[in-house]
Ligand binder design. Structure first.
Ligand SMILES: [Zn+2]
Ligand SMILES: [Zn+2]
Length: 159
């Protein structure tokens, strides 16, 4: 299972996003936009139970619009945890400064790109000195939004 898929289960708390059935054996990952090859982007995938999944694909509901509505709320919830504010700030300005671990999923998914590490000064010394790379306890870096990140914010109206 891809790491993205793990996060999909976390965002629905191991339940079907449509009916709430909580049984991991009965759950599957559905691709909202059907395409070949499959679009494996995080925002195109959602956890459904086999029953809801089958009903959707056979036209007995939930509809694609309903699934998108559910996913839209899940995206806000998940991205808020993974750095949505950093993404929004990067969209408004040129770069955003963040601790790498706070935005690593956004970088991994291609929504933010690393621009440069920032040099850090140790403040509590009498004589401030530049910490050597690799020894930094709290390092920050500059990130810029990617085209993919802009499309994500626009598609789901997150700006
Ligand atoms: Zn279901
Ligand atoms: Zn499907």
């Amino acid at each position: 299972m891809a790491r993205t898929d793990n996060l999909l289960y976390i965002e629905t708390e191991d339940a079907c996003a449509n009916c709430g059935l909580r049984d991991v054996r009965a759950l599957t990952v559905h691709h909202i936009e059907q395409s070949a090859p499959k679009n494996e982007d995080y925002d195109n995938k959602i956890v459904l139970c086999h029953n809801c999944h089958q009903c959707h694909h056979s036209g007995k509901g939930p509809t694609k619009a309903q699934i998108e509505e559910i996913k839209s709320r899940l995206i806000v919830k998940t991205l808020t945890r993974l750095g949505l504010n950093a993404l929004k700030r990067a969209h408004r300005g040129s770069v955003v400064i963040a601790m790498p671990f706070t935005v690593d999923h956004l970088v991994e998914w291609g929504y933010l790109r690393h621009v440069q590490d920032l040099a850090f000064w140790e403040e509590d010394e009498d004589e401030p000195k530049l910490l050597e790379t690799g020894k930094q306890v709290a390092s920050e870096a500059a990130y810029a939004i990617t085209e993919k990140g802009k499309r994500l914010l626009e598609k789901w109206k997150l700006k």
